[in-house]
Design a protein around this ligand. Structure first.
Ligand SMILES: Cc1cc2nc3c(=O)[nH]c(=O)nc-3n(C[C@H](O)[C@H](O)[C@H](O)COP(=O)(O)OP(=O)(O)OC[C@H]3O[C@@H](n4cnc5c(N)ncnc54)[C@H](O)[C@@H]3O)c2cc1C
Length: 419
């Protein structure tokens, strides 16, 4: 594995870095830095009290952004950097995997915001690869302009790790399908106006072969979004109910009953997770700075508890291991190989590390670290360790649980038997 830049890669890195230095407004620099790394990946958070009310699908969608964030968005759009991995003909930048990796690493280092969410990373690539010309013309420009915000309707109550067992039904009726059922843990559904989803179109077929992939206008009658409150008191995900929702048959992507295979499309996205690895490294750097600055006051345990010192060293090593695992994944992709258990190793290590990092933050800040009130003068770093730790619990579930990653590593990486 090569971990230094070739001359071309170094030139590209310099170009991205110079762009960030020149164009990224100071107010947006570090908005994604360290302490909350990865926490916003699954959609905006809103701190809530009590049980939030269910709303009609699409009711929470707001057209993108104004002010410095809007200007930043325009600058990225002008370079095709809203969707850097999309081919140029569809408004992307057509970057190679290595170019994306370098860009993601530099953006993470600068804590720079990016746009497009699941529209750019999932819906768009699926439409590019499997969609009709009509679907491409309708959806791709709107995703790039921020006129649509997408959520992913895959998981159901009872179908998560075993996704192919999903039960939401889509029944053909003339030129439409009628959808009934429910999706759960749907990130960002409270803010979305479109959903890409899987539904069962042939209940008699073997379970992977009776599923179709639909694009659903989330403002269609019959869709209800019930926000779910996480243990951090935020609403990042939802349960979505479909009650006789009518979807035009032309909104099926790819062949009917072949949706399982459509749903696994990834395009040539780099999948190393380098952004999260850099974020964790920044968090540890910030933690060390905090330990130094507060060595003599009660907010830091660094001089009182030798366990804290040892843990900090371990985290310092861990974050470098996490980066190496990310480099390995992108190096494979760069050589035209498809990372498999290697990507599982990087995901498993990075998400479990995230929880370890925040635990160390707690140990460093002792009882002060438990303070939940972000405005309290007794809350170190605006209570970030308390909030980030609670939020990080979901990281080892979302995107495939740690147990499932371990199964993949055991079977495909280590050649262990299935049972
Ligand atoms: C923050 C967050 C955001 C999410 N966003 C979305 C989204 O936007 N859209 C979407 O569709 N889904 C989303 N999900 C759902 C996510 O994909 C599922 O939670 C995940 O796949 C696990 O499924 P499950 O929750 O049904 O758990 P289950 O599959 O029921 O698993 C329960 C437990 O059993 C273990 N287990 C299951 N099968 C095995 C096995 N074969 N071997 C060993 N152990 C096993 C699991 O590891 C877990 O500990 C999100 C989840 C989270 C936490």
């Amino acid at each position: 594995m090569r971990i230094t830049d070739s001359p071309e890669e170094a030139a590209w890195r310099a170009e991205v870095r110079e762009f960030l230095e020149k164009e990224l407004p100071p107010s947006l620099r570090n908005v994604n830095r360290g302490v909350r790394a990865g926490a916003t990946k699954y959609g905006s958070e809103a701190q809530v009290k009590g049980k939030p009310e269910a709303r009609a699908g699409g009711a929470g969608f707001k057209m993108a952004v104004e002010g410095p964030m809007g200007e930043w968005r325009e600058k990225l759009a002008a370079r095709g950097w809203i969707a850097p991995a999309w081919p140029k003909e569809y408004g992307g930048a057509g970057l190679t995997t290595m170019e994306q990796f370098i860009m993601n690493e530099e953006f993470a280092e600068a804590g720079a915001p990016t746009f497009g969410g699941m529209g750019v990373s999932m819906a768009g690539p699926t439409i590019i690869v499997h969609g009709t010309e009509e679907q491409k013309a309708e959806h791709l420009p709107k995703i790039l302009r921020g006129e649509t915000r997408w959520c992913q309707g895959f998981s159901e109550p009872g179908s998560g790790s075993d996704l192919a067992s999903l039960q939401t039904r889509a029944v053909r009726d003339g030129d439409e399908y009628v959808i009934n059922g429910s999706k759960i843990w749907t990130s960002g559904a409270q803010l979305s106006n479109w959903m890409f989803m899987l539904a069962r179109t042939d209940p008699e077929a073997p379970k992977h072969r009776g599923i179709s992939f639909f694009l659903v206008d989330f403002t269609s009658p019959g869709i209800t979004v019930q926000p779910l409150v996480t243990m951090a008191g935020t609403t990042t995900f939802n349960q979505v109910f479909f009650d006789n929702v009518r979807v035009p048959a032309k909104n099926v992507v790819g062949e009917v009953n072949r949706g399982w295979y459509v749903g696994t499309t990834t395009l040539d996205f780099e999948r190393s997770g380098i952004g999260a690895a850099v974020g964790m490294q920044q968090a540890v750097v910030d933690m060390i700075k905090f330990a130094r600055e507060h060595a003599q006051d009660g907010m830091s345990q660094i001089t009182r508890n030798s366990v804290v010192r040892n843990e900090l060293i371990d985290r310092y090593i861990d974050v470098n291991v996490s980066k190496m695992l990310a480099y390995r994944v992108v190096d494979m992709q760069n050589r035209g190989r498809i990372p498999n258990h290697e990507a599982s190793m990087a995901k498993l290590f990075a998400t479990e590390l995230r929880q370890r990092v925040w635990r160390t933050g707690h140990r460093l800040t002792g009882l002060y670290g438990l303070n939940w009130d972000r405005k309290s003068e007794y809350a170190p770093l605006n209570a970030n360790y308390a909030h980030s730790y609670v939020e990080s619990v979901s990281a080892t579930i979302a995107g495939g649980t740690s147990e499932i990653q371990r199964n993949i590593i055991a079977q495909r990486g280590m050649g262990m038997p299935r049972d």
